[in-house]
Design a protein around this ligand. Structure first.
Ligand code: IFG
Length: 493
């Protein structure tokens, strides 16, 4: 089935149809030099299996990838004519984003890994495109249920297709500590031995984690590791009695309650622990951000919480990283300048969330918006969903995930105060890649469009987006990526 023009997700800033089409042949090559070469090699790997064509990469070819100045930050220009394809951007990450667009201009069959019979043509077009937000995130909770490296890499490929460029890994929680810390080996010996439901568990060694970070980098995805403190820490508390104020460890936890755990704020050992953790994590993190959680510390007295947060954030800053924390961190007025707040209340702010979020702006920081009622992909779709939760204002339909705007939630918060947005996939009820993909897709495509495409002048109308989701469905089918065939979309088959 030829690609329907104008079906790219996220919607490009501008796309003008040309005359005719570019026909891919056995002699079609990909030309690139310097930093463009890794993108050219990636594109070749993407196109060879389904076409069975060689796509030589080198200094000749009708598909040209160019790194040159003159494009908006993160943006690219893609020109397809009958004689060639030219993709140009200021840097490799933007070129990679343009390659995702080119990928979507090819027939859906291109997504298959077995050779397919299709018209390998690209309709002539001129696309000028650039992202609205720099931080286009997907969070994956590997603490409630552990996911192996192959699964994480697959999820990286899933999100990269939609120009998402940040993978926030929720590495620690009550049910599991998933990153080895050499100085504190019991965190994984004990803290990683189980997971929700009591079957399974696991953790990433430093080499495993480096492997994930490198793979993400090859897709121009930055990894943001989260060590959630002082709450959501039962796995650490179960691993080391000295982290508990009474010197006694709780049992490992395999349920899905929240808010019951807290590090011992008054003990100096707690800060030695946290500094050791951040020392090792910072060394493993080429990206600028480390996330320290801060959510639902419901058993931590307020004064203790404020003491801990300012000390923990300072420790992260002392290792040269910018702190990200859930919006509760905004209760502190002593955060390192520029700390980023991740808003997870609703599209109508609940309780003090707005005040907490604004506190980051007042301290020279910005926000990442992850409103739980529209961007939490672990919410049920509807009554038919067997997986997922419903606490965030009930089920979240595919239209719900599309019909919102991050700059229309908090007073005084517009694009200038927003670093970006994030789709969160919590895994209390999700244990396999099939579970993850069926909850993430297609709603993550909605969030990806809001993260990249220009803010619409009128509120988003799902009816305008649904046909493009239907077209994406054909691509997901060909790629073998699972998705929920939401009734609100006229899927093509
Ligand atoms: N809220 C908790 C998560 C997870 C989530 C499930 C945040 C910041 C509910 N905290 O979201 O740990 O339990 O939807």
């Amino acid at each position: 089935m030829p690609t329907v023009p104008g079906t790219v997700i996220p919607d490009p800033v501008s796309q003008v149809a040309g005359q005719g089409e570019f026909v891919i042949t056995p002699t079609t090559g990909i030309r690139a030099t310097g930093d463009g070469l890794p993108v050219a090699n990636y594109l070749g790997e993407l196109l060879r299996p389904a076409t069975g064509l060689p796509f030589p990469v080198g200094d000749t070819g009708d598909i040209t990838l160019v790194i040159e100045a003159g494009h908006p930050a993160g943006g690219y220009d893609l020109v397809v004519t009958t004689t060639g394809i030219r993709l140009a951007a200021d840097d490799a990450a933007a070129l990679f984003a343009g390659a995702q667009t080119l990928r979507q201009l090819l027939p859906p069959a291109i997504e298959g890994r077995a050779q397919a019979d299709a018209e390998w043509v690209v309709a002539a077009t001129v696309i000028h495109d650039y992202p609205r937000f720099a931080y286009r995130g997907a969070m994956l909770d590997v603490a409630r249920h552990f996911f192996d490296i192959a699964t994480v890499k697959r999820y990286i490929d899933d999100i990269a297709m939609l120009k998402i460029n940040v993978l926030h890994l929720h590495l620690t929680d009550d049910q599991g500590w998933r990153i080895a810390i050499d100085r504190w080996p019991k965190l994984t010996e004990i803290g990683a031995a189980t997971q929700v439901g009591g079957t399974g568990g696991g953790f990433y060694s430093h080499d495993d984690y480096r492997d994930i970070v490198a793979y993400a980098a090859s897709r121009y995805v930055t990894v943001v590791p989260e060590i959630d403190v002082p709450g959501h820490t039962n796995a650490a508390l179960a691993s080391y009695p000295e982290l508990n104020c009474d010197g006694r460890s709780p049992a490992v936890y395999e349920g899905i309650e929240v808010g019951f755990s807290s590090l011992c704020i008054g003990a100096e050992r707690t800060y030695e622990f946290f500094d050791d953790v951040i020392t090792e994590l910072a060394e493993l993190t080429p990206g600028p951000w480390i996330h320290i959680g801060g959510d639902e510390s419901l058993t931590t007295p307020e004064a203790d919480f404020l003491t801990f947060v300012s000390r923990a954030a300072a420790i992260v800053a002392s290792h040269g990283k910018t702190v990200i924390g859930w919006h509760e961190l905004g209760r502190s007025t002593r955060l390192p300048a520029g700390t980023i707040g991740e808003y997870w209340s609703f599209t109508t702010a609940q309780a003090d969330a707005a005040a907490h979020a604004l506190s980051f702006i007042q301290q020279g920081g910005r926000l990442v918006m992850a409103p739980a009622d529209v961007a939490y992909l672990d919410m049920k779709y509807d009554d038919s969903s067997t997986l997922g939760l419903t606490w965030a204002d009930g089920a979240t339909s595919v239209p719900d995930s599309y019909q919102w705007d991050p700059a229309a939630i908090l007073p005084g918060i517009d694009d200038d105060q927003l670093l970006g947005i994030e789709a969160a996939l919590w895994t209390e009820t999700l244990a396999t890649i099939a579970d993850l993909e069926s909850m993430a897709f297609p709603r993550i495509a909605c969030v990806a469009e809001i993260a990249w495409s220009a803010r619409p002048s009128v509120p988003r109308n799902f009816a305008d987006f649904a046909p493009r989701l239907a077209a994406l469905g054909l691509r997901l089918d060909a790629a073998g990526i699972g998705y929920y065939r939401a009734p609100e979309v006229a899927w093509h088959h």
